[in-house]
Design a protein around this ligand. Sequence first.
Ligand code: ZN
Length: 244
Amino acid sequence: MSDEPIEHLDVVAVGAHPDDVEIGCGGTLASLARQGYRVGIIDLTDGEPTPGSPGPHVRWREAQAAAQCLGVDVRICLELTNRRLFDTQEARLALARELRRYRPRLVLALAGKTPLASPDHWQTGQIVDAALYLSGKTGYDASLDASHPPHTVEALLYYTLIFGAAGHPDLGTDIYVDVSETLDAKVAAVRCYATQFPPAKQYVFDRIQSMAIERGISAGVGAAERLVSPRPLVTTNLIETIMA
Ligand SMILES: [Zn+2]
């Protein structure tokens, strides 16, 4: 077993590439961090190569700056292969190892297909589902069991990247997070990726803001991000939940 001291995390968000998490649930992560929770991001790949970037070192610097904008405590990259990301046992185990290491209570996972965009996104959801299972169970892989004790993640929520019909896969129950106070931090985090969003792509920021505001309007708040729970949401205090 590893005896390295690790500060555990309350929440871990998983994406395929640096910038997925920011676009999908950056406001939520910033809110959680401001509320005092320990938040981490795991990028499965370094997202490179891409046309506007000189290489992974620059993209990683952008990712670290973005994490700072959100107030995230830990960001790691598993360095699986960008554009060749598949739901393999190797990928599942690599992520399960980090879940055992950081022991989050809640995982936010990229889910849903992104037609006409990277297929890595869809694969990420499959990898996360499997890694959560492997994290909590022993006897599947000797090296995983030797690395850290098993850890069962208490809750899983999905975030999505595509906002049209394909962005509403039948994944479960919607929950909207009020990001009125952290929308600016989310947009600032996405802006850190200068290699991905050059001046010709400035419209991306308008879209991100518009989507959050539209979702906020539908939920009666200033701005919101949509998450999806694979389980029905349950409460023991209906009034507090509904009136929140
Ligand atoms: Zn991506």
